[in-house]
Design a protein around this ligand. Structure first.
Ligand code: AMP
Length: 214
């Protein structure tokens, strides 16, 4: 199964992708996570990426497309994958079409998670993750059961993304509006676009996604 989760930053793509990974035995391919790993490696290219990401801008299509092209060749993608944060521009969507066509493959679903823009800033600036297992939390909406201790693994260290501050989030939303939102029409024109209500409770959103995926 190959699917794309579309939606603004903070729509819940990453949270739901992790749940679908477990439910369907497919892998989450988050271009944001891949780029953050490159930044954390301290490489020269990582240094360049860091400044682009912290400004809330998009990195080049060329880099992202080659990153995804080699990632989908890895063995863990055989059963399928969930694209989270990719494609983010029309050029990326077209490159993905061409890549799949060349392999004789096709996407099973493209699902947009719809969320009102006015809730996104609050969702993003309050979020953090367990540094050990990556479980997501939120200052207001999803606190650990025991303060300071991860529910999932017992970890006691947490991390916040450098680009989850209000100023960067505003730029990320502009990039989304101008460059990413139009790709919904790309898939709609192919009759492939479905949507779920990303404003609903996390479990309800998962159910809506599972109804589509079967
Ligand atoms: P995300 O984790 O998906 O919110 O992505 C974090 C940041 O990584 C974005 O604000 C961009 O700077 C960069 N990024 C992630 N995915 C892409 C992509 N497909 N194209 C361009 N830039 C991306």
């Amino acid at each position: 199964m190959k699917l794309i989760l579309l939606g603004a930053p903070g729509a819940g793509k990453g949270t739901q992708a992790k749940r679908l990974e477990e439910a369907y035995g497919i892998v989450q391919l988050s271009t944001g996570d891949m780029l953050r790993a490159e930044v954390a490696s301290g490489s020269e290219i990582g240094q360049e990426l860091k400044s682009v990401m912290e400004a809330g801008n998009l990195v080049t299509d060329e880099l992202i497309i080659s990153m995804i092209a080699s990632r989908v060749e890895q063995g863990d993608c055989k059963k399928g994958y969930i694209l989270d944060g990719f494609p983010r521009t029309t050029a990326q969507a077209k490159a993905l079409d061409a890549m799949l066509e060349e392999k004789g493959q096709k996407l099973d679903e493209v699902i947009e998670m719809k969320v009102d823009e006015d809730v996104l800033i609050g969702r993003i600036t309050g979020r953090y993750t367990c540094a050990k297992c990556g479980q997501g939390y939120h200052d207001e909406f999803q606190k650990p059961l025991k303060e300071g201790v991860c529910d999932k693994c017992g970890g006691i260290e947490f991390a916040r993304r450098a680009d989850d501050n209000e100023e960067t989030v505003r730029s990320r939303l502009v990039s989304y509006r101008e460059q990413t939102a139009p790709i919904a029409s790309h898939y709609d024109a192919k009759g492939m676009l479905k949507s779920v209500d990303g404003m609903a409770d996390i479990d309800v959103v998962t159910e809506q996604l599972k109804e589509i995926l079967g």
